[in-house]
Design a protein around this ligand. Structure first.
Ligand SMILES: Cc1cc2nc3c(=O)[nH]c(=O)nc-3n(C[C@H](O)[C@H](O)[C@H](O)COP(=O)(O)OP(=O)(O)OC[C@H]3O[C@@H](n4cnc5c(N)ncnc54)[C@H](O)[C@@H]3O)c2cc1C
Length: 388
C-alpha cells in the first residue's frame, strides 16, 4: 500500500487532518488503535467556544481564530453544534470584578467582528430569581453571553465521515508501532489483528494526542521531542437540576469552572492536575471531585447532591511545558516537524476541539512542499457536517 499521507490517531485532530488532506486531493490513510474519539476527544467540556478566559492570558489570536471557527461550525454543523446562553455571576468577593467581565465580553465581541453571536447583556436583578437557585447574597451582576455546545465524539465521527466521502481510508483497530523515514518517504509499521503490516507514505502525521511523544520515539531517524506535558482535566456528570449554563469562579483558587446542562445531565468541570504515567489511564481523583462539588454547592447552596448519582470522566491536555500554573498556559496547538527543509514527520500536539479545522488546514500547508502535486477536490470551510 502507498499513500501520500498516513495519519496516526482518530481523535478530532487526526480526522480533521484526514479531511483537510483528502480535500486537498491527497490519498490518506488513518490508523486508529481503539475507536474514533476514544481518548481526549470525548473527554472535553463539549464547548465550541472562543475561550473567554484566554483573554486573561492575552491569547488574542487563539480567541479570534476560535470565534471564527465557532461561527463556521454553527453554519456547517447545525445538527452537531448549537448556541447556548452562558451566565457569569459576579459577587462582591469575585476576583474578576463586574467592569473587568464587561470589558472582557466587549473585547470578545470585538474579536468576533461584532457578529450576532457576540452580543451580551447584564441581566436585570428581577430575573436573578429565575437562575436555578443561584446564590444572590452579595451578587453584584449577572452577565449573559453566547457560546456553543457540541457532542465531541459525534463531531469527530462526522468529520471522519466527511473525510471518508472524499476518499480517505481508515484502519481500525490498527496500532502504529514504528517507522523509518528517508528523503523519499516513510515505511510505516502497524499492528492489525495481531499481525505486523507495513504501508508506505510520503509523510507521516502524528495526531496521537497524549501518546504523541511515544510516537516520535518510534520513528527513525530520531527527531527532537516537543517540550510538552500532560495535565488532567476531570468532569462530573450529575442528574440535571440546573437549566442554565454557568461560568463560575472557584471560591478556593479562582479558576473558571463550567456548570453546563448537557444531554439531560449537568456537566461540571474542569480541573488541572499534572499527569504522570500511562496516558491511557486518566481517572477523576477524589480531591478533584471534592473541588468541583464544593464550587457547585457554593453557588447553588440549595442543590441536593446524591453521591451515588454522580459519574465522572477525565481527559489529558497536552500543554507546552513552561513554569507556572496550567491555568494560564498557552492553549495554542504545537506543530513540530522532524526537519523543516524536508519534512517527513509532523506532530500535532494539543490545541482545541473548536479549532480543529483551522489546525488541519495549517498542517496541510506545512505538508504540501513534501507531497506530490495534486488538484484540490473540496474546501473544508464549505463542507457540511452531519451526524454519522
Ligand atoms: C478536560 C478537557 C476539556 C477540554 N474542553 C474543551 C472544550 O470545551 N472545547 C475545546 O475546543 N477544546 C477542549 N479541550 C481540548 C480538546 O478536547 C483536545 O485538544 C482534543 O480533543 C485533542 O484531540 P487529539 O486528536 O489531539 O487527541 P485525542 O482525542 O486524544 O486522540 C488521539 C488518538 O490517537 C490514538 N492513538 C494513540 N496512539 C496510537 C497508536 N500507536 N496507533 C494508532 N492510534 C493511536 C488514540 O487511541 C486516540 O484516539 C479540552 C481538553 C481537555 C483535556
Amino acid at each position: 500500500m502507498n499513500f501520500d499521507v498516513v495519519v496516526v490517531g482518530g481523535g478530532i485532530q487526526g480526522v480533521g487532518v484526514a479531511q483537510a488532506a483528502a480535500a486537498a486531493g491527497y490519498s490518506v490513510l488513518l490508523l486508529e488503535k481503539q475507536s474514533l474519539a476514544a481518548a481526549t476527544s470525548q473527554q472535553s467540556s463539549k464547548l465550541i467556544h472562543g475561550g473567554l478566559r484566554y483573554l486573561e492570558s492575552m491569547q488574542f489570536s487563539l480567541v479570534r481564530e476560535s470565534l471564527k471557527e465557532r461561527a463556521l461550525l454553527l453554519e456547517l454543523a447545525p445538527d452537531l453544534v448549537h448556541r447556548v446562553d452562558m451566565h457569569i455571576p459576579v459577587y462582591r468577593t469575585s476576583v474578576r470584578s463586574s467592569p473587568k467581565i464587561g470589558l472582557g465580553l466587549w473585547l470578545y465581541r470585538l474579536l468576533a467582528g461584532f457578529d450576532d453571536d457576540s452580543e451580551f447583556t447584564r441581566l436585570h436583578r428581577s430575573s436573578w430569581a429565575d437562575l436555578d437557585g443561584l446564590r444572590t447574597e452579595d451578587l453584584v451582576s449577572v452577565y449573559r453571553y453566547r457560546e456553543a455546545q457540541t457532542d465531541d465524539q459525534a463531531l469527530t465521527q462526522a468529520v471522519w465521515a466527511s473525510a471518508e466521502s472524499l476518499g480517505a481510508e481508515l484502519l481500525m483497530p490498527a496500532e502504529f508501532v514504528g517507522a523509518e523515514c528517508f528523503p523519499s518517504g516513510c515505511d510505516i509499521r502497524y499492528l492489525q489483528n495481531g499481525e505486523e503490516r507495513t504501508v508506505e507514505a510520503s509523510v507521516l502525521v502524528n495526531c496521537a494526542g497524549p501518546w504523541g511523544n511515544s510516537i516520535i520515539e518510534r520513528v527513525s531517524p530520531q527527531s527532537p521531542m516537543p517540550k510538552v506535558e500532560l495535565v488532567q482535566g476531570a468532569h462530573l456528570l450529575l442528574p440535571q437540576q440546573i437549566h442554565h449554563h454557568f461560568y463560575l469562579e472557584s471560591p478556593s483558587d479562582q479558576r473558571a469552572i463550567f456548570a453546563l446542562p448537557w444531554k439531560n445531565q449537568l456537566l461540571l468541570g474542569t480541573t488541572e492536575t499534572p499527569h504522570h504515567g500511562d496516558p491511557g489511564m486518566p481517572r477523576c481523583l477524589p480531591e478533584e471531585r471534592e473541588y468541583l462539588l464544593a464550587t457547585l454547592q457554593h453557588y447553588f447552596p440549595e442543590l441536593v447532591i446524591e453521591d451515588s448519582s454522580i459519574t465522572d470522566f477525565a481527559g489529558l491536555r497536552v500543554l507546552p511545558k513552561t513554569e507556572g500554573s496550567a491555568f494560564g498556559r498557552s492553549r495554542e496547538v504545537v506543530l513540530q516537524a522532524d526537519n523543516a527543509d524536508q519534512l517527513r514527520l509532523l506532530s500535532v500536539m494539543g490545541g482545541k476541539l473548536t479549532t480543529y479545522r483551522a489546525t488541519a488546514e495549517q498542517v496541510v500547508d506545512k505538508l504540501r512542499p513534501s507531497l506530490p502535486s495534486r488538484r484540490p477536490v473540496a474546501n473544508t470551510a464549505k463542507l457540511p457536517l452531519t451526524p454519522a
